[in-house]
Design a protein around this ligand. Sequence first.
Ligand code: ADP
Ligand code: MG
Length: 279
Amino acid sequence: GAEGPSAALPEAAPGDGPLDPPVVLEARGLVKAFASRGARGAAPLRAVDDVSFTLHAGETLGIVGESGSGKSTTARLALGFSEPEEGEVIVLGAPWSRVPEARRRPLRPRLAVVAQDPLSTFDPRWTVGRILGDALPRAVRRDPRARAAAVRRLLDDVGLPAGDGSVLGRFPLTLSGGQRQRVAIARALATEPAIIVLDEAVSALDVTIQAQILDLLLDLQRERDLAYLFISHDLGVIGHVSDRVLVMQHGRVVEQGPTERVLRAPEHPYTQELVASIL
Ligand code: ADP
Ligand code: MG
């Protein structure tokens, strides 16, 4: 068969190199600059400056840093919504930066995104049923019975079951923040992704709702071997969900490592400050 000699070996522990779960997303030396808002002729601001990381199947890589440190720009580069000036992104083994969108299209369904405010990405005139139905793969989307069944399943998967009080016919503006974020997660799952980029996905929610959404995300990850690129300014949240963490400051990665180590023994002064602020 096509399987290599490692197929019969037990599951690898993190850090075992060749036996690690496969890399699903890789960033190599990403640089993204924007024209400075200040004086004309000033050097462009490097919003992202030499950022590299790998994300393996089934793990969560957290990116933490204060507002303006370059987290969302990194997310956009990873998603292929923006192109780096230097460096490259590789998604599921395929070149992802500076390639025509047509070449990304076959892999697009494998890479999903959940943003801070779903309202900014939902059409307010669409019901939840339509939002989810239209996110499904084409073959399912166009078959009314399969579509309805798939939408019900997605809602069930995110803890919004059908029946009395179902959100199916509701409009985004009438949902609570937690319900909206569940719908956003359901939409992200519609194409059966391998990777989900979550950019401040729980930052707008009350802490109790935050905890519920994080639990949901962790359950979904265990069931489906999802890889999360989990971005937040909140180290408490990052510490709760991430296997490894990358700390950004002024566009640069100042520290990275296993979450447990970074929280217990932060090396960089900025990380030490962050850790002190949550304890
Ligand atoms: P974070 O998500 O960590 O808050 P961002 O990636 O959004 O940080 O922003 C990093 C820096 O890049 C900030 O200084 C921000 O003002 C700047 N920036 C981000 N996007 C743009 C843009 N489209 N045009 C100009 N500057 C931008
Ligand atoms: Mg941001």
